[in-house]
Write a protein that binds this ligand. Structure first.
Ligand SMILES: Cc1cc2nc3c(=O)[nH]c(=O)nc-3n(C[C@H](O)[C@H](O)[C@H](O)COP(=O)(O)OP(=O)(O)OC[C@H]3O[C@@H](n4cnc5c(N)ncnc54)[C@H](O)[C@@H]3O)c2cc1C
Length: 537
């Protein structure tokens, strides 16, 4: 029986237009799948896994398809959840939600807002991403500094494993763990093998624990056995669909804080940045985000589009919207960095106190700052932070906004020493690029604009990546804090963590997926030649 016959009861497509549509995510890669399938339920996913196994085909899960590392595209069977698997339930009493992987975050957020609840680990792509992808990548975002990443909000996962069966994973205490260890099925085998692996390599794992506050690289071996609990959800979160297909997620939710206040700080000279950052961090801001002068210039260049997105109509209201920036540039020129410091609390007094102290710190460093006077102005600054990549991809026509050094993280105190070295590498290649990110934890998003049709520029991508990643690792950083490994960073995993740890990652992959059907050659076993092979041309 050929593949088409086996898929005859599924909603699937072999149409040119559909294959083309799903051959890209938001990375620099393009891979055309053999078939795109839209599963209606877990039963179909179980059958798809069996079909993939029998035919030795890869199976790549895809939620919103906004992955920047090439994680949500694949050569064989691409399964897309957003069409049918997009339902969720919220228990407002218990503050939990049960959701399918294809739920768009924007729909989820709208419903949560009604109950004053939130899933605070949302990424800047929150208008276009879906929950399965947030879990797949272990996403984080502007509120992660205070609230943590997606790994901190997943209480349970239903996953279809490589035997084509669905299992439920959650945090287990010692007695529950013993029960799972004695199961005589594939689940039991997984528990026994992973338990042994973690136990046998306990010291190596402890020694290799990332020094930075966020990590989406590799498998999260550091949190599987923690405080006496054994939790395999930690391995699935951030595994980019390489260990199994997540069919249902149980999320912990948190109550929204009633009050928030944003300070927008314009920094012309970076020399005091680490001291300033340290002092502001002591006030425990919810967000401490940055965008650089390149981003700001692009934002101003497309001010008309941004203004219309914010509902400003006509030249006069656009001028009004950007008046603070015009005045600020007239006074100090273009700032090198714009910092968004947001404070949130259930108590207005606490906010007032923190804002007062923050202003004193800002004044001490002689930085200019602004307090947005209404929601529209606040939204303008958040858009500057969140929408640049979208603007770059949509508006710059002859060059491609290219994420390849887009998500590394180093301890913030190293930034002043690190940044000039980074600029030196980027300037050597005369790159046009934007920098934004999370100052609070030293996580930078660098997006160079490249001519991917030009062979030498494509070659430069590999050279620049090598140099930048050597620099990041020399500061004991991590190559991806949020965006994950995929095709682009998978080949660097061994260099990042060393052979012993990489071998543990390989062993985990082998235990879950001995036939290598789940999102093959992403994250582990990824090859540098695939970066060249699949790069957009
Ligand atoms: C403009 C822009 C801004 C971004 N900002 C951020 C940011 O601030 N923080 C951040 O973390 N990321 C960011 N990203 C990257 C990306 O948007 C996020 O990681 C997002 O959460 C991915 O969600 P998605 O639904 O698009 O996932 P997809 O791209 O569909 O999938 C992501 C990964 O998860 C896997 N996956 C999807 N569903 C399943 C499933 N059911 N089972 C197993 N594996 C699955 C996929 O195979 C893939 O490897 C940004 C991207 C863009 C384009």
């Amino acid at each position: 029986m050929n593949l088409e016959e086996k898929l005859k009861n599924f909603d699937y497509s072999l149409e040119e237009g559909i294959l083309e549509e799903y051959s890209q995510d938001k990375s620099i890669f393009k891979i055309r799948p053999k078939v795109v399938v839209f599963p209606r339920n877990s039963e179909e996913i179980k059958n798809l896994v069996k079909i993939a196994k029998e035919n030795n085909l890869g199976i790549t899960p895809r939620a919103g398809g906004t992955d920047m590392s090439g994680g949500s595209i694949g050569e064989d069977i691409l399964i897309v959840f957003t069409k049918y698997l997009n339902k969720f339930n919220i228990d407002t009493e218990k503050k939990i939600a049960i959701a399918e992987p294809g739920v768009y975050f924007r729909d989820f957020e709208k419903e949560l807002n009604k109950y004053n609840l939130m899933l605070p680990s949302y990424p800047a792509s929150k208008e276009i991403c879906a929950l399965g992808g947030m879990v797949g990548n272990n996403s984080g975002g502007e509120k992660t500094l205070k609230y943590g990443k997606t790994e901190d909000y997943v209480l349970g996962l239903k996953v279809v494993l490589s035997d084509g069966e669905e299992y439920y994973f959650e945090k287990l205490d010692e007695s529950e763990l013993q029960k799972r260890l004695s199961l005589e099925n594939f689940e039991g085998e997984i528990y026994r093998k992973i338990y042994q692996l973690i136990k046998n390599n306990y010291e190596i794992i402890q020694k290799s624990r990332p020094k930075v506050s966020k990590n989406s690289s590799g498998y999260n071996i550091w949190r599987v056995y923690e405080d006496g609990y054994f939790d395999l959800t930690k391995l699935f979160v951030g595994s980019q669909g390489t260990l199994g297909i997540i069919t249902e997620i149980k999320f912990k939710l948190v109550e929204k804080e009633n009050f928030s206040h944003l300070l927008v700080i314009f920094i012309k000279d970076l020399k005091d940045l680490p001291h300033f950052t340290n002092e502001i961090l002591k006030l425990e801001p919810t967000s401490l985000e940055i965008t650089d002068d390149h981003t700001f210039k692009i934002f101003l260049k497309f001010a008309k589009e941004m203004a219309s997105l914010l509902g400003a109509k006509g030249i006069f209201s656009m001028f009004k919207l950007f008046l603070p920036e015009i005045l600020m540039i007239a006074k100090i020129g273009l700032p090198k960095l714009i910092v968004l410091a947001e404070f949130t609390s259930q108590s207005q007094d606490e906010i007032k106190e923190k804002i007062g102290k923050a202003k004193e710190i800002i004044k001490k460093y002689k930085y200019l700052f602004r307090e947005p006077k209404d929601e529209k102005e606040t939204e303008k600054y958040w858009r500057l932070r969140r929408d640049t990549y979208k603007l770059l991809r949509e508006k710059i026509k002859n060059l491609t906004a290219s994420p390849f050094i887009d998500d590394f993280i180093i301890l913030p105190e190293y930034l002043p020493e690190f940044l000039p070295k980074l600029y030196k590498i980027l300037d050597e290649y005369k790159l046009i690029y934007t920098i934004s990110g999370h100052l609070g934890d030293g996580n930078l998003h660098i997006i160079p604009l490249m001519d991917l049709k030009n062979e030498s520029q494509r070659k430069n991508i590999l050279e620049i990546t090598d140099k930048v990643y050597d620099l990041v690792l020399s500061y004991k950083g991590i190559l991806t804090a949020e965006h994950n490994d995929g095709l682009i960073r998978g080949p660097y995993l061994e260099k990042e963590f060393g052979k012993e740890v990489y071998d543990i990652f390989l062993e985990i992959k082998k235990i879950f997926d001995p036939q290598n059907i789940f999102n093959p050659y992403k994250k582990v076993m990824a090859k540098k030649e695939n970066i060249e092979r699949y790069m957009l041309k």
